[in-house]
Design a protein around this ligand. Sequence first.
Ligand SMILES: [Zn+2]
Ligand SMILES: [Zn+2]
Length: 402
Amino acid sequence: MKEIVKTNILRKIETKLYKQGLTERKAALIGVLDYKTKWNNSKNPHIKLCKDILEKTQKSAVIFSIPKEPYNTIINYLAEKSEGSIIPKDSETRLFLHEIPVASKFSSAKIIRLLKTKRFVVIPSSGIITTGSISLEQAFIYFSSICFSCFVKFFIDFLYKAVNRKIILKDSSVFKKAAGYLNTYPENTPQLLKGPFKTKDSIISAISEAGKLLIKNRLVDSCFGNISYIRNNDIYITQTSSYLDELKNNIDICPLDGSSCESITASSEFSTHKKILLENNAHCVLHGHPKFSVILSMFCEHYDCANKDNCNKFCLRKRHINDIPIVSGEIGSGKYGINKTVPKALKESTGVIVYGHGVFTSSKIDFNSAFDTLLKIEKKCRQRYFDIILNSSGKDTTDLTN
Ligand SMILES: [Zn+2]
Ligand SMILES: [Zn+2]
């Protein structure tokens, strides 16, 4: 039985890496250590190194793969320019990664030494190794967040360079290559289940459907993002660290009177959802991490602003992208928690972008308009991004904008 479970988790993660556009099909070497090591592909040439990693670094799981394009191009470029580590500034980095160590060359001894104290490493031209100390899921989330954070860093850095006319030839060739690999968004927003939802089953189906579509359209990765719905005195919300494309058994029901303690496993953004649902007369809330919304939220033209290193927590300015507000705030309900900024912004808008983090949208009856708003915000941000590049370079990049 145990054997079957292990093999299933290896296949599951291999499939997730592929489906979320993080690796080519079956490209990753994935291993877990229990009483003995299990591999998804025992013929992979890196098996010896990965075996040594598991044995010598006290980790229980490992993933080693070249990431799929455009991540591969982007990460190699950032790694080459790094001095030992890549340091993105988005919220997934702040929360999970802190910094991404880079090995200067492919040396097994060096990689193992590094992984004794680090959880992952980028090896230029060879790929990314991520590990989990207690589960394979950890290694998967690190792999996904490294791709996300490097993507965001690359495009925001390029944007600042473009407007300041500091682009060199190498930058623009990498940019063109990376931009050429961007996924396309559906021209029309997909139709979701129609509300209002009156039964537990129909609510769970509606939340599950919205989650699957967020993942499918690359509006959020791995276990990030969260979704909620309110019916009478119950808030239905996705559990913390659940995969949005596997929600069926991962939705908590939290009564407003606090009679159940399920909100402990509920999303870390529960208090933000609750406020939106109660104070804004909304029934549905969606939260994703769409990349160009995150990138543009970090682009502020007040280059010399003394507060610019704190804008993730509090920004001195009122910022917008078209009519969509950008707010600051940290995850949770602390002093600078987004529960103090996001619900307020959603009183006047159907969507809000959180600096360096993601997008929240809400709607009244079902998830159709919340999903439509989220997708449109991301499309608008991507378009705006390439418009700014175009205006600052004078060259035609519209063919890169999808
Ligand atoms: Zn988030
Ligand atoms: Zn600011």
